[in-house]
Ligand binder design. Structure first.
Ligand code: UT7
Length: 320
């Protein structure tokens, strides 16, 4: 087995401080708790409060993951942030975090934008920086999507939330497999960048159809590349866009329901942040055990899809 897989040492997450209910939306657009719950699985989502932004949420998640990891900062090779809602076109979120976390300057600090597949893409990107001397990276998914919402458009504004998740990973002797797909399309569109970004527009049905095809295809390709069967996977963590998409894939692929983590009910769709927020929550709830395998699956705007197999748990030398 090559020394080119990834282990997650620790994680952290932060949700926007303002909880917004379906009833809150029913007061501003023609919708209902019943419609949102039954069509998406969402009950509440978090929006950033006063002073919160993509950067502050990312910082909070990354700081928490880093503190738990207990590693020497000198051994970190990269900090990579996946986001489609960066506060600035430049500097990148990752550069701002490098400073705030007092990380070394000989480090790769970059943002990745692959929308809801962003966290998977960022994990793949980090591998190219890891060496035996500096085997660690901090990989983050962070979004303040409330900034991109049109609160008169009921077809989009009820779906999204704000939050961030982060993991500290190390290069490890564990199986590795991944894939990334792209099919250029504007079914989900937000123009501009940084503070000038426009509202999100989405052809929800077209994306739904894409997701239920692309997700199983990316899952199979990732497992094939890892040389693993789905039975050897302990946890499946998919991007949280719609409960119905997950139910569809579970049924179609005959997945073990208990392996598929869901938290869309309380966080909504947080794009690149949804997978690492789920990992953070799973770790907090004691659901992750050393040596367990995770299949992480993203899909969304671009249109993009992708997957990666990672393992959970540190090594004795990590804290030396
Ligand atoms: O994270 C990025 C990836 N994104 C996704 O994966 C999103 C994938 N798509 C979806 O999750 C679903 O397509 C949506 C949740 C966005 C929409 O659900 P749907 O079951 O596909 O509904 P629809 O778009 O087919 O609309 C059905 C009806 C329409 O009314 P008419 O034309 O039948 O009269 C919509 O106008 O539901 C209406 N509608 C709403 N009604 C109440 C749309 N949004 C709402 C709403 N409240 N919020």
């Amino acid at each position: 087995m090559g020394n080119d897989g990834l282990s997650i040492l620790s994680s952290g997450y932060a949700a926007g401080s303002r909880v917004v209910t379906n009833e809150d939306f029913a007061r501003i657009v023609d919708t209902s708790d019943e419609w949102i719950r039954s069509r998406t699985g969402i009950v509440t989502r978090h929006f950033g409060g006063e002073g919160e932004s993509t950067t502050t949420l990312a910082l909070s998640a990354a700081r928490s993951a880093l503190e738990k990891a207990g590693i020497s900062k000198e051994k970190i090779a990269a900090i990579i942030c996946a986001t489609m809602s960066a506060d600035h076109a430049t500097p990148s979120t990752a550069c701002l975090l490098q400073r705030e976390l007092s990380l070394p300057e000989n480090i790769a600090a970059i943002d990745v934008n692959a929308a809801c597949s962003g966290f998977v893409a960022a994990l793949l990107a980090c591998r190219s920086f890891l060496t035996d001397e500096r085997p660690y990276a901090i990989v983050i998914g962070a979004e303040q999507l409330s900034r991109l919402l049109d609160f008169t458009d009921r077809t989009t504004c009820v779906l999204f939330g704000d939050g961030a998740g982060a993991v500290v990973v190390r290069k490890a002797e564990v199986p590795f497999g991944s894939c990334l797909f792209a099919k250029g399309g504007t079914e989900i569109l937000a123009e501009g960048a940084g503070p000038e970004v426009s509202h999100i527009r989405m052809d929800g049905w077209a994306v739904f159809r894409f997701a239920v095809e692309a997700l199983p295809a990316a899952m199979k390709e990732t497992l094939k590349n890892a040389g693993l069967s789905v039975h050897e996977i302990d946890h499946i963590v998919c991007h949280q866009a719609n409960e119905r998409i997950l139910e569809h894939v579970i049924k179609k692929e005959q997945l073990e329901d208990r392996k598929v983590y869901r938290n869309i009910d309380h966080f909504g769709n947080t794009s690149a942040a949804s997978i690492p927020m789920a990992i953070g929550e799973m770790e907090e709830r004691g659901l992750l055990k050393t040596g367990e395998s995770l299949l992480l699956m993203g899909f969304g705007a671009g249109l993009t899809a992708g997957g990666v197999v990672v393992f959970y748990g540190g090594h004795d030398e990590d804290t030396q």
